[in-house]
Write a protein that binds this ligand. Structure first.
Ligand SMILES: Nc1nc2c(ncn2[C@@H]2O[C@H](COP(=O)(O)OP(=O)(O)OP(=O)(O)O)[C@@H](O)[C@H]2O)c(=O)[nH]1
Ligand SMILES: [Mg+2]
Length: 361
């Protein structure tokens, strides 16, 4: 199961965002280092297609797409040397598949800022530099090891060393590994290093009205773009408070602040793009489910996710795109009308496919 870690400076609103995304109520207070042990939660996002499909098929239960989120302690300058909660913090980041980098774009009134002023560009760089310094440590260790092999003339070691030197210079110039150009062979080396600054990131501009007025979210957006990443503008405080209201009231409140789309949905769309994930749907009388899976997954692999027996006895996958099933009253009717196609093991599943697996029990 893939997961995202929320990182950022203390008091940037990480736990507030975590609460809004996962419907929890972990402490989110104005004291820096409010979070010490990471909080773990699940983001569940309603897939309306699934709700509809479950109605059509009379499914008892619905399982909507979900994704694990970890709220990590605030990072400060010098974390890579052990400052603040230091290495422990970086260790938590090493375990996640992607990063939500929360950037403070709300005013200082009673919530202090560790640097004494609001400055999104500076803050992004502080956090990033710590990740990059940690990565440099990793790369230097690897260079030491490979250099010995390269001296004995091993061709692959020489190639790797050459690439590592280029990677090192790139990191030393303050740039995240993520934006370094690479070929397939170099990609394999990068994959083996598990660098923090290589992980896909979404930059989260946490604004209030003042920050929006100052255009602080635009600064975050620009910096994200320069880092081959996307950004998302949120008002974590309002999103978190809106949970206490009825859905209509919450919608109205958020609209008043200019947020017209559901926060969880927006995040899931960004996550899907960052990690190259798609959703496909299944439905039986018992349960309808929207599965969040890697793009490019085959019918055979998808069968294995559901149950090893379905994979072992795989006969075929019956598939109809969700938009097409809407013209019928059920999967069965669609099949009878010849609208459902049969595919073998190698069929590559697409976003929104409704899939029914046939297998030898
Ligand atoms: N005005 C305003 N306040 C916010 C916003 N987001 C968070 N806060 C407040 O800022 C304070 C810190 O929020 P947290 O969510 O605890 O921040 P954190 O990043 O988790 O902090 P640490 O765990 O200490 O690293 C709390 O008092 C929040 O209510 C926001 O969008 N606007
Ligand atoms: Mg916190």
């Amino acid at each position: 199961m893939k997961k995202a870690g929320i990182v950022g400076l203390p008091n940037s609103g990480k736990s507030t965002l975590f609460n809004a995304l996962t419907n929890q109520n972990v402490p989110a207070e104005k004291y820096p280092f409010c979070t010490i042990e990471p909080n773990v939660g699940i983001l569940v996002v309603e897939d309306e297609r699934l709700t509809r499909l479950a109605q059509m098929e009379g499914s008892k239960d619905q399982i909507h797409p979900f994704f694990h989120i970890i709220d990590i302690a605030g990072l400060v300058k010098g974390a890579s040397r052990g400052e603040g909660l230091g290495n422990q913090f970086l260790d938590h980041i090493s375990k996640v598949d992607m990063i939500f980098h929360v950037v403070r774009c709300f005013k200082i009134d009673d919530v202090s800022h560790p640097m004494g002023s609001v400055d999104p560009a500076r803050d992004i760089e502080i956090v990033e530099i710590e990740l990059i310094l940690k990565d440099l440590e990793t790369v230097n260790k690897r260079i030491e090891k490979i250099a010995k092999q390269a001296r004995t003339g091993e061709e692959s070691a020489r190639f790797e060393l050459h690439f590592l030197e280029r990677l090192k210079a790139h990191l030393e110039s303050g740039k995240p590994a993520r934006i370094l150009s690479r070929n397939e062979q170099e990609q394999a080396i990068l994959d083996s290093l598990f660098l923090l600054s290589e992980k896909p990131a979404i930059y989260v501009a946490n604004v209030d009205e003042w920050g929006l007025g100052q255009g602080l979210d635009k600064i975050v957006e620009k910096m994200a773009r320069e880092r081959s990443s996307e950004s998302i503008t949120v008002n974590a405080q309002i999103e978190s408070e809106a949970r206490e209201l009825s859905p209509e009231e919450a919608r109205e409140l958020l609209l008043a602040y200019g947020f017209d789309t559901n926060l969880k949905k927006r995040f899931l769309e960004h996550i899907k793009r960052a990690l190259k994930l798609i959703c496909f749907l299944t439905a039986t009388k018992n349960e309808a489910r929207s599965w969040l899976v890697p793009e490019g997954i085959t019918a055979y692999e998808a069968a294995g996710l559901i149950h090893s027996d379905i994979q072992k006895g795989f006969i075929k996958a019956e598939v109809i795109p969700f938009e097409q099933i809407l013209q019928f009253s059920s999967f069965k009717e669609a099949r009878e009308a010849g609208a459902v196609k049969s595919h073998g093991k190698d069929y590559v599943i697409r976003e929104g496919d409704v899939v029914h697996f046939l297998f030898h029990a």
